[in-house]
Structure formats: C-alpha cells, structure tokens
Design a protein around this ligand. Structure first.
Ligand code: PLP
Length: 382
C-alpha cells in the first residue's frame, strides 16, 4: 500500500520520538529481563513446559475452532473451575486473550442507553470495550471514588458499570477497589475490576486485590484477569457468578466469534496456577524484590511488581532503554499513546526469580543509563 498520508504520518511519528518497532527476542540473548510481565518467572518453569507439551500431544497445535464449536477442551473447563475456586468465584470463562476478555465482558454487560464510569488509568482493552459498547462513558481521574459516586448518582440511565484496573498497568499503583465497589453498590451499579497485574502479585497467596479487599465472589462484582502475566502463558479470564458466565457465552462477541485459546496455553497456565497455589511465598518474594529495586533506583515504594521511573521526554526515555540494553538489561519504555504526553517512562517489572545481587546490578545499570541518556534524576522527574 502506498498512500502519501502514511509517509507523512510516519515522519511525524518519528519526529515526535514515538516510532516503535518490535525487537525480536532470540534464544541466544543473554539479557536480564525486566521488561516482560512474567512476574513469577514461570514461563519457562519445567512443570509449566511439561504441561504445555502434554496439552500439545493431547489436543494438537491449536484449538481448531471457536469455544462454542470445537475450541473447548477438557483442559479449558478444568482450568476455569480451578481458577474460579482459587479466586473465590462461582464461575470463570476463558477467552483467547486478556484484551478480548475485557472487550467481551464490557460489551456484553452494557450497551446503548447505559452508563459506564471509567477510571482514567484503565487499560486500553477496557477503553476499547467502553467505546465499542456504545454506552455513554464518563471518565474520572485515577482513584477518584467521589467522582465515581457523583457520576452514578447523577445518571439518568438505569444500568451502569464502573470499570477499573486494580493495579494500573503503566506504573503499578493500586486503585481503591473497595471504595469503587462500595460506590457501585450504593448506586445499583456493577463494578468490573481488571486484576491482570494483581493475580500472583497481591493478596493472600497471590489471589489479587479483590481477595485482599474481602470482595472475592461478592455480588455485583465482575473480575477479569489474564494468564499472560504471572501465569507466564496466554489467555484472558472473566470471573463472576454462573449467570454471568452463561450470559457471556450467549452474548460476548469476542468469545463467540473467536477461535478458542490454544490448549497448549491452557495447559501451561493451569500448571502455573498449581505452582502458585502450592507456593504462596512466590508473590511475597516478588514484592520484596520490587521494593528493593525501587529503593535502589530512587523510585516511590511500589504497590505491585512494577517499578516506574518517570523520564518525561520520549526521546530520552528511548535512549535510556537502549543504553540499558547495551549493558545487558532489558527494560520497558512507555511513551504516548501508552502514557499521557510528557510522562514517558522506563517501566521495570521485577520477577520472583531475580536474586538481590541481580536486582542491585540492574539498579546500577539503570542509573548509569538514565544519566548517559540525559534524563532528570528520579526525584526531579516525579
Ligand atoms: C491491565 C491489563 N488488562 C488487560 C491486558 C490484556 O491482556 P493480554 O495481553 O493477555 O491480552 C493487559 C495487557 O497488557 C493489561 O495490562
């Protein structure tokens, strides 16, 4: 395709320091990874790999069809049952990604003539679900419980949904989940809470912020989460009551019109869940590591596994990430549109399998890289 506007757009994107290109990982890479979301380091755990191989042998390379045709295997049902039991909900439903779980859940719960109150920090998949739903959307500032209450109280719509991440993906801060739930209940609305960055990280045994807030299985609460982060695999899950599960099966378009999650990923995710269940100290190790790294980098104490270093200028952030890579450390670099203008940042994700010496080495590398790139000190950038 050759259209002049594409070239103009590409030039403008580059000039703003916002051009992106996927960097291929290779098996010979010897980088210390603080960019992935493999929080518990389970993506290459021998037990997880063995389960993935077993599912591959049992069911083949793909799901072969949508969940409602041939894409549901025994492995999907067993994983759903086990995850629902672990997180304290009546039922769970697996989608082929966390993105599709969010889009499917929001669009199946509200539509034209309804209201969504969305926290400004929610992930793009929830934002896209809100847009696709055709409901009226009110956006409130991050964590603003009073604004949620106000929007719900002032509405004319009968049905309303509040959506939020429980741990914001950008900087790992925690949302006021209990406050949002109370506001939703007081105004006859449903709360959808995305635990993607909290599963395996926060709460008792890694059960997330919803469990930590005493809300597991609570009425009027829908939880979404992913198998692609602490479970080291792939896939998205919606949790709630059996009525909700049945409703999603009938109405969530991203469930109905999508090939089911590959059984290989289901097998891997289920094995990772069993490992998390059998070793509740994993999330503690992860959070301890995150606190240590944040302290050494001069970042605020983290709420979860993400250590976020504000840089500001996207060009400087990219330069700093490249310097760190040259020194053997892979870090995330977030720029607009993933973050608001002027808040580009390095995003370091800690893993439970990184020891103290490695974390201290990472902190030293990041410090040198930020200085070499000309970034302000973390205190100045905050
Ligand atoms: C908060 C949040 N929700 C949902 C998703 C989407 O999950 P997935 O990557 O499994 O599609 C992400 C992924 O980055 C996320 O950070």
């Amino acid at each position: 395709m050759s259209a002049p506007w594409l070239a103009e757009r590409a030039a403008a994107t580059r000039a703003a320091g916002l051009h992106r290109s996927p960097v291929a990982r290779d098996t010979g890479d010897d980088l210390i990874d603080l960019a992935s979301n493999d929080y518990l380091g389970l993506s290459r755990h021998p037990g997880v790999l063995a389960a993935a191989h077993a599912a591959l042998d049992a069911y083949g390379a793909g799901a072969t069809g949508s969940r409602l045709v041939t894409g549901t295997t025994r492995a999907h049902i067993d994983f759903e049952d086990d995850l629902a039991d672990f997180l304290g909900f009546e039922a769970a439903l697996v989608f082929s990604s966390g993105y599709l779980a969010n889009v499917g859940a929001v669009t199946a719960l509200v539509g034209r003539g309804d209201l969504i109150v969305s926290d400004r920090g929610t992930h793009a998949s929830l934002i896209d679900g809100c847009r696709l739903s055709r409901a009226r959307v009110v956006i409130v500032e991050r964590g603003d419980v009073a604004a949620v209450s106000r929007a719900l109280a002032e509405r004319e719509e009968a049905r309303a949904l509040v959506v939020t991440d429980t741990v914001y993906s950008i900087d790992g801060a925690a949302a006021p989940v209990a406050g949002y739930y109370a506001a939703a209940r007081a105004h006859d609305a449903v709360l959808l809470a995305d635990e993607a960055h909290a599963l395996g990280v926060r709460g008792p045994g890694g059960r997330g912020i919803v469990a930590e807030s005493g809300l597991a299985g609570a009425p009027g609460l829908v939880v979404t989460t992913v198998a692609s982060k602490s479970l080291g695999a792939q896939g998205g899950i919606v949790l709630g009551g059996t009525l909700l599960r049945d409703h999603l099966i009938d109405h969530a378009r991203t469930f109905i019109f999508d090939t089911g999650l590959t059984p290989v990923a289901v097998g891997a995710a289920h094995a990772a869940l069993r490992l998390l269940r059998s070793d509740p100290s994993l999330p503690d190790r992860l959070r301890r590591g995150a606190r240590r790294l944040a302290a050494s980098c001069g970042a605020p104490p983290p709420h979860a596994a993400v250590v976020s270093l504000a840089v500001g200028d996207p060009v400087v952030a990219v330069r700093a990430a490249a310097c760190a890579r040259r020194r053997g450390v892979l870090v995330g670099c977030f720029r607009p549109p993933s973050v608001p203008e002027g808040t580009s940042r390095l995003r370091l994700t800690v893993r439970a399998d990184l020891d103290d010496a490695t974390l201290d080495h990472v902190a030293a590398v990041v410090d040198e890289s930020l200085r070499e790139a000309g970034a302000p000190s973390p205190e100045a950038a905050r």
